[in-house]
Ligand binder design. Structure first.
Ligand code: 0WK
Ligand code: 0WK
Ligand code: BGC
Ligand code: BGC
Length: 911
């Protein structure tokens, strides 16, 4: 009897051992797995075999690990592990180097994981909204790093299309789509806040960055959690899917797919195949299904069912599904632990399984075997990677650190040790240290955002900062208007003596000169009054060669006079006595419509002997009574406002965003101390280009802004203009490109003399590079013409930099315009302001996104206003003619009480 029982038990034992033996891997097996993994790594990197490789080796566009100089405040999302987390991360650099984080965990219900893509991303945005509310940060526009723990084919740091869902996710209409775009669209749909998604990273990459922040030797990221994956720093020369051979890039291996080409069928068991068949993505992620937390429990369950069916376990009959739903990786972890058998039985009890002591031993053994195999397989895979890195560097010995995260690694009692032992055994020439990531990959995502943003961070201005700039500017408006503070005010608030916008009664035949923008134009403007008021214009553009605008004032005005002579010749109006409206786009202290003293040159002009002089006198001297009469001098902003006022009576603000930048608006006369009188309004030329000349913007000016100023014709002046206007934006981008190239972030560190030459990278280049469709090709062409050979990702980075610089310009102008709009609203004492802003200038007109961004930010900063932006189709000269017509009418007929200037200049004799 005893012998029969013992024999039966021994036979059963043998059967169980046989079953478990198939899950036990010998060192030969593991060596083979390592070798096969190595082959698949290489195949994934090579162009010719990439598409069929089971290990996809996806470029991450992360070129280096943190170096402690990162700083700033970032939002981060962490999607794809057990928990979905939203985080805010504050990074300090230098002596106070630190990272402080606050996060909130949100559930992703199954119906969302497996619903539509739109529902999933709306859910994500809802969680962000809740988090921002909770943190009181709804109006803060922070850069965001998005940890998206699924295989993504990236074409840039902020562009990545989902290859296929893994783990428990299966949302529709996502695979093949850009996950950053899907998130952006969801944010737009919610229309509650705005975020700058700067980077999308895999959780392995985020984990590597998080650990590398503490340990610079960390160049590998491992996730052993719900899913399983690794990334590492590969040599660019080996990554054939990305251009460039210099330096390194982090590659997301997606080793979970290892074996999808049947290369590990020899070690896959029927239990593995059953788990695969029962999964959401049959045939996919075969390696993951043998190694990660989501599946270990399932493998154990399959084995227990098999053993039960064969009468080797739980001799009491147990319904399959029962066993299915209750064994998951947590159970496996518990059961593999040093738990006393009683406790194992207790757990099985909880799962509704009556078990004997033998059963518990067998269950514990099965769990141990399954998780041991998982750890060994990961160890074999890791050994392949560390050995590849060692060989990449041609070293015999190598120390390296692996940053690790994931519940399986963290919680399983033996997993990490077995993995480490396997690596040691299979890669003896590598001394591999495993560092557990304390803070998850969200921190890493923020660090990546910071790395990218290291140079650009300071250029990203949150709404809070913009609001603050708006307030500062608003104060400067007041200082400029008040006679006590005007002398020290940076925003000079220059009276223009234009008292109203066109009222439709203007008429006459005028000559308009338009000097100071990118083109010097002379126009003939006929304002007639048949049925309705119409304006006819003929114009001609004349050169303003460098030697003229940098020569003497006499030569400059003689040049203007010559051009005028030539124009009048061509117009056959030599003998006609015409009034001239002179658009002179520089800061002038006007004492009356046709007496205007140049305060200082700006933009490209630097003619001597003009600053402090009345330019009408200078021009008159040059034209020597050519039968023309200069009736009015206007700033181009004023001309633009008048031109737009001709079509829209509500227009009371004029803005130029061109070579230079400036704004004017209709101010209440009672507020203009520098002009007598309190009735009515007068147009004020703010000269906002000089905002910050007193150091008021030092907190937002960057090293690049300082470099621009140092290299300019007028250092220390027009500091605001130098941060935002067309004359400088191209140069700002060039300086950033040179800096990032010098630091090896771009162009593999190579810089041509052309790119090192000031002014070679123009603002028109920025505009064309930001064109969504052909922008990247343009970048290649433009840089190619500067002798550069940019890689595809260089072009993406260049486009990104152009976007940041031009976006800052639009945001800053929105803030100063916001200051004017809020003043206009207060002047009118209305709860809501309805007004029109006339606008002109090549940057605003040519740049593909500029206008949209400006309008959007104005709406956010000044919500209590309805602003219509009216583009001036015909330039400021029509407006100048309008002013001249008004001046002419006033000069002729009833003298309205002209307001006398109290400007110190007016005290001078205007001879
Ligand atoms: C924590 C990381 C997250 C990653 C997760 C993986 O912050 O990005 O996806 O670990 O571990 P799991 O939660 O899947 O066990
Ligand atoms: C066109 C206006 C002119 C103004 C110019 C500014 O007619 O008065 O100076 O726009 O734009 P920019 O040519 O500097 O881009
Ligand atoms: C995904 C990887 C991810 C890993 C760990 C896998 O299913 O494909 O992108 O890194 O899980 O979360
Ligand atoms: C000048 C302004 C002008 C603006 C736009 C600035 O440099 O100071 O007077 O309105 O450029 O052309």
């Amino acid at each position: 009897m005893v012998t029969a029982v013992a024999q039966r038990l021994a036979a059963q034992r043998r059967e169980i051992n046989d079953t478990l033996a198939r899950l036990s891997l010998s060192s030969e097996n593991l060596q083979q797995v390592k070798d096969k993994m190595r082959v698949e790594l290489e195949r994934g990197l090579r162009k010719d075999s990439h598409s069929t490789a089971s290990v996809k080796m996806l470029p991450s566009f992360v070129y280096r690990t943190p170096n402690g100089t990162e700083r700033g405040k970032y939002l981060a999302l962490d999607l794809g592990g057990t928990n979905f987390r939203v985080l805010v991360v504050k990074i300090r650099s230098g002596i106070r180097k630190s990272v402080r984080m606050y996060n909130k965990i949100y559930a992703i219900p199954l119906e969302i994981m497996q619903g539509t893509g739109e529902e999933l991303f709306d859910h994500i945005v809802q969680c962000i909204s809740d988090f921002l509310d909770y943190m009181g940060m709804k109006n803060t526009r922070l850069p965001l790093g998005f940890t998206f723990s699924f295989p993504c084919r990236q074409t840039g740091i902020d562009k990545g299309s989902l290859v296929s869902w893994t783990k428990g996710f299966k949302a529709t209409d996502c695979e093949g789509n850009d996950v950053v775009e899907m998130l952006r669209e969801a944010i737009k749909r919610r229309n509650e806040f705005d975020l700058d998604i700067v980077a999308v990273v895999n959780d392995t990459v985020g984990t590597m960055m998080t650990c590398a922040y503490e340990d610079p030797k960390c160049e590998i990221g491992l996730i052993a959690g719900t899913g399983s994956n690794v990334c590492y720093m590969e040599e660019m020369r080996n990554i054939e899917m990305v251009e460039g051979d210099e330096g390194q890039m982090c590659v997301n291996t997606e080793w979970g797919g290892f074996g999808e080409n049947d290369c590990i069928e020899d070690i896959r068991t029927r239990f593995d195949r059953e788990v695969d068949e029962g999964s959401l993505n049959n045939g996919k992620q075969r390696f993951e299904k043998m190694t990660s937390g989501m599946y270990l429990g399932e493998i154990v369950r399959q084995i227990l069912i098999d053993l039960t069916r064969r009468g080797l376990l739980f001799r009491v009959p147990v319904p399959n599904r029962e066993v299915q739903s209750c064994i998951n990786d947590h159970v496996v972890q518990k059961l593999s632990d040093r738990l006393a058998l009683l406790q194992v039985r207790a757990i099985l009890q909880q799962l509704g399984l009556d078990s004997t002591c033998d059963d518990s031993i067998i269950v514990k053994e099965v769990c141990g075997t399954v998780s041991r195999r998982a750890a060994q397989l990961c160890g074999a895979g890791m050994a392949a990677i560390v050995d590849k890195i060692r060989e990449n560097r041609g070293r015999n010995q190598m120390n390296i650190t692996v940053g690790v995260d994931g519940t399986l690694y963290k919680l399983h009692p033996h997993f990490s040790r077995i993995l480490k032992d396997t690596v040691k055994a299979l890669a003896p020439q590598c001394d591999v240290e495993f560092v557990l990531s304390e803070d998850g990959s969200g921190k890493g995502a923020a660090l990546i955002t910071a790395v990218i943003d290291k140079y650009l961070y300071a250029m990203r201005l949150s709404d809070e900062t913009l609001m603050d700039i708006m307030k500062r500017f608003r104060r400067e408006l007041g200082n400029g208007l008040c006679s006590d503070t005007n002398p020290t005010a940076t925003v000079k608030m220059l009276p223009t003596f234009v008292r109203s916008i066109p009222d439709g009664s203007e008429k006459g035949d005028f000559i308009a000169l338009d000097l100071g923008g990118s083109a010097f134009r002379i126009l003939r403007v006929k304002v007639s009054h048949e049925k309705k008021q119409t304006v006819q214009m003929e114009s001609q553009i004349y050169d303003t060669p460098e030697d003229i605008i940098h020569g003497s004032g006499t030569r400059l005005f003689d040049h203007v006079a010559e051009c005028l002579g030539d124009f009048m010749e061509k117009q056959n109006i030599k003998d006609k006595k015409l009034s001239v409206g002179f658009t002179f786009s520089f800061p002038c202290a006007q004492t009356k419509l046709n007496e205007s003293y140049l305060l200082t040159w700006t933009k490209r002009f630097k003619a001597s002997g003009v600053e402090g002089m009345d330019i009408v006198t200078l021009l008159n001297k040059a034209i020597k009574k050519r039968g023309v009469d200069i009736m009015a001098v206007v700033n181009d902003t004023v001309g633009t406002m008048m031109t737009c006022g001709f079509d829209d009576q509500r227009c009371e603000v004029g803005i130029i965003i061109g070579t230079g930048t400036n704004a004017c608006y209709m101010e209440e006369l009672r507020h203009i101390d520098l002009v007598e009188g309190d009735e009515g309004r007068m147009c004020i030329n703010t000269e906002w280009g000089a905002f910050g000349d007193d150091g008021m913007l030092e907190d937002i000016r960057t090293e690049f802004d300082r470099e621009i100023d140092r290299g300019s014709l007028n250092p220390g002046k027009q500091l605001f203009e130098k941060m935002v206007s067309g004359m400088y934006i191209g140069e700002l981008v060039r300086l950033i490109l040179v800096k990032m190239a010098k630091e090896g972030f771009l162009f593999e560190g190579r810089i041509t003399p052309e790119l090192l030459t000031k002014g070679k990278f123009e603002t028109k280049h920025v505009s064309s590079i930001e064109k969504s469709k052909e922008g990247l090709t343009k970048a290649k062409d433009i840089l190619g013409r500067l002798g550069m050979e940019p890689s595809a990702d260089d072009c993406i980075a260049v486009q990104h930099i152009c976007t940041i610089v031009s976006h800052r310009s639009a945001n800053l102008i929105a803030a100063t315009l916001g200051g004017i709009l809020s003043r206009l609203k207060d002047n009118k004492g209305n709860p809501r302001l309805r007004t029109t802003v006339g606008i002109d200038g090549s940057l605003y007109k040519m740049h593909p996104q500029y206008a949209r961004r400006l309008h959007k930010t104005v709406r956010r900063l000044v919500p209590e206003s309805d602003v219509r932006f009216l583009l001036s189709e015909s330039g400021s000269s029509k407006g100048a003619a309008m002013v001249t017509a008004v001046a002419y009418r006033l000069a002729d007929h009833t003298p309205t009480p002209s307001c006398k200037s109290k400007h110190p200049m007016s005290m001078r004799d205007s001879t």
